[in-house]
Design a binder for this molecule. Structure first.
Ligand SMILES: Cc1ncc(COP(=O)(O)O)c(C=O)c1O
Length: 406
């Protein structure tokens, strides 16, 4: 049933047998792509086959790596809505501004797509113990899907990770550790523990399948836009799986002949100036990013000072004609409030940086007001109480109410 042919190193091209368990390329320690027999897929999977399938990410099963659907571990990864945002559009002076709201997914972020896929594949391989370093949401998603699959999960997160992420991992029964460092330090611990504890490392891009889950964002939005992709996509970038996965989806859809126009969106990789390794590398014209020192941002999911897939993000951005850029950390609360108060969309702090990027790119005329612009809300604001610091007014109900003050 699967159209997977092999795995292939994104850097040196080394091929691997997809029937075996792999992490990184053993030759150069870089990520592996999942490759498909696209001509066979094209013949066997016309897009009319989608009609009547349930509205979840599994509707694209033939384009995904799970060999036998009995291994799917799911909490119902619903097709997320694309909301047209008229008030926000008029704030920015653009005609068509859309928000794909990933906060509706199980565990409240797009991380569920990748973890649903990674855990389904882990189950197919008979893996029973999984571990992950996390900036927050990936840990929450791993904990939930491991619980759903009956697997043991180990989660390592910086000790200042949003408290909701800490608690969701605990509740889902993952062995959860707070580490006095950054996600890169957590990643080192997971790597060291692999041999000692016998767990499978599901770190971002260190196994091949999370990205295939993220790919469904691109498949979904293409179908939602009736196979004519938007002109610009703004995406908050940490480890990069979201952006890379979507770019892979567009290439595969093109090969299948499903897109009505071969024109692809310009991919805008958005970071905070508190942690901007990809934006820096883009600015300097480099393919590999330098580790960002003293990374600090309230947008915890994009506090990734060094990404193993840096070159994959930068390649995708450049191929698409897009940019990687950073916007001020200090503006994050303002953008969160603007989106929630003008549209009712509870924007996560990671996505807030995309609004900053949109403002700059419009001013620089790199995005035109009549283009179709899509922003991903990658998670729910409700997971970040720390990002909203304002104190609310108090009322003393034992005294007469001062109505003038209301
Ligand atoms: C809400 C949110 N947005 C964006 C990101 C960044 O995603 P990626 O690692 O795919 O670049 C993360 C990662 O943790 C996240 O939790």
């Amino acid at each position: 049933m699967s159209f997977v042919t092999h795995l292939e190193c994104a850097n040196c091209g080394q091929r691997y047998d997809a029937a075996l368990i792999h992490n990184l390329c053993t030759a150069c320690q870089r990520p592996l792509w999942v490759r498909y027999d696209l001509p066979a897929l094209k013949a066997a999977f016309p897009k009319r086959k989608l009609a009547g399938r349930p509205p979840t990410m599994w509707r694209y099963l033939e384009m995904l790596p799970v060999r036998d659907a009995v291994h799917i571990v799911s909490l119902t990864e619903t097709v997320t809505p694309i909301l047209e945002t008229k008030r926000l559009a008029s704030h920015f002076g653009v005609e068509r501004l859309y928000m794909k709201d990933e906060s509706r997914l199980p565990t409240g972020s797009f991380k569920s797509r990748g973890m649903a896929m990674a855990i389904s594949k882990a189950k197919e391989f008979g893996i029973t113990k999984v571990a992950v370093p996390t900036a927050g949401n990936a840990g929450g998603a791993l904990a939930a899907y491991a619980a759903r699959a009956g697997m043991e999960a180990f989660v390592f997160m910086p000790d200042d990770t949003p408290v909701i992420n800490q608690k969701e991992c605990f509740l889902a029964g993952a062995k959860t550790f707070l580490v006095n460092g950054l996600i890169t330090d957590c990643g080192r611990i997971v790597g060291e523990g692999k041999a000692k504890k016998g767990w499978f490392d599901v770190s971002t891009l260190k196994e091949p399948y999370r990205i295939e889950g993220k790919k469904t964002m691109g498949l979904e939005l293409a179908e939602q836009f009736d196979w004519e992709l938007p002109d610009v996509i703004l995406y908050p970038t940490g480890g990069g799986t979201g952006l890379i996965g979507m770019w892979k989806a567009f290439a595969e859809l093109d090969a299948l002949g499903w897109l009505t126009s071969p024109k692809k969106p310009r991919m805008i990789s958005c970071q905070s100036d508190g942690c901007a390794p990809i934006a820096e590398a883009f600015r300097k014209g480099e393919r590999f990013a330098t580790k960002f020192e003293n990374a600090a941002t309230i947008a915890s999911g994009i506090r990734v000072p060094a990404a193993v897939g840096d070159f994959m993000i930068l390649d995708a951005v450049r191929e698409s004609g897009g940019v990687a850029m950073a916007t001020p950390e200090a503006d994050i609360p303002r953008w969160m409030q603007l989106a929630a108060s003008s549209e009712g969309i509870a924007l996560c702090p990671e996505t807030a940086v995309c609004l900053g990027a949109l403002e700059v790119l419009l001013a620089q005329k790199k995005i035109k007001p009549d283009e179709r612009i899509l922003i991903f809300n990658t998670g729910a604001a409700q997971k970040y109480p720390e990002a909203v610091r304002e104190k609310l007014s108090r009322l003393d109900c034992t005294k007469p109410i001062d109505w003038e003050a209301i």
